[in-house]
Design a protein around this ligand. Structure first.
Ligand code: ZN
Length: 97
């Protein structure tokens, strides 16, 4: 059935900010005292992501994080500030049931 498929390297489309946000998300949510349920966690991520210009990179499996990290390495301060603001916002405006 898959005779038409070629063995091409699997490429991954990664939003640089998303990978960075994911790294700091849980620690900042805890620090800010935001609700840690799945809905609020996702809301914090969405709010934080929306505050950034989308910046995508195409990578192959294995090099995904290193390249993305490299590209975003100067933005750690921006990321943590954005996630902190987002967590504070969601804490005040929780959308969970
Ligand atoms: Zn919640």
């Amino acid at each position: 059935m898959d005779t038409m498929q070629k063995q091409e390297p699997k490429l991954i489309l990664t939003n640089v900010a998303e990978g960075m946000i994911e790294q700091y998300l849980d620690a900042i949510i805890t620090k800010v005292g935001c609700c840690e349920c799945a809905r609020c966690r996702m809301d914090v991520k969405a709010v934080a992501l929306n505050s950034f210009k989308s910046q995508y990179v195409v990578t192959e499996p294995g090099e995904a994080m290193s390249k993305a990290m490299l590209a975003a390495s100067q933005k750690v301060a921006d990321i943590t500030i954005a996630v902190t603001k987002a967590a504070m916002f969601v804490k005040e405006h929780p959308r969970h049931r």
